[in-house]
Ligand binder design. Sequence first.
Ligand code: OFO
Length: 184
Amino acid sequence: MPESFVIFMDYGGQIVINEKIQNVLNAQINKEFYSAYLYLAMSAYFDEIGLCGFSHWTKVQAQEEVDHGMILFDFIIERNGKVELSPISAPDVTLGTPLEIFERIYEHEKYVTSSINCVASMSDEECDLASRNFIDWYIAEQVEEERNVYEVILNLKMFGDDKSALYLLDKDLKSRVFKAHSYN
Ligand code: OFO
C-alpha cells in the first residue's frame, strides 16, 4: 500500500487529509493572506494618490483573498486535518504608476496560479480526489482573476497619459462589488 494511503487514516480509523496535501494547503493559506496584504498596501497607495476607484478595486480584491484563505482553512478542518498558520510577510511594495502596479498584480496572480496548479498535480499524484475536486474551484477562479487584471492593463496601455480616460477608468473600478464565496 503506498505511504500516502496509510496516512489517510488516523488511530481512531477516521478519514483524515493526506499529510503532504495538508502541508501545501496550509502554505496556500499563507499565500492567500499575503496576497490580501499586498492588495491592501496597493489600496492605501492608490488612496494616497487620489485614485479612489483603484483603491476600492484593490481593497475588494484583498477581501477576496481573505475569502480564498478561509475556504482553504474550512476545507482542512472539514477533512479532519490540522490548520497551521505561519507568519505573513510584509508586502514588498514597490509602487509606481497604475500600469506598473497592475503589471505587478498580473505577475503575482500568475505566481498564485502556478501554486494552485501544484496543489492540483500533487493531489493527483497522491490520489487525493477530494482535494483534487476542491482545488478545481481555485483553478477556475485564477482564470477569472488573471483576465480581470489583464483587462485593466489593456485599458491602461490604451489610454497612455490621457488623464480624463484614467479618471473614467477610476470611476468604473469603483463599481466593483465584493462577492463572498464559501466552502459548503
Ligand atoms: Fe488572487 O487569488 Fe487567491 O487564490
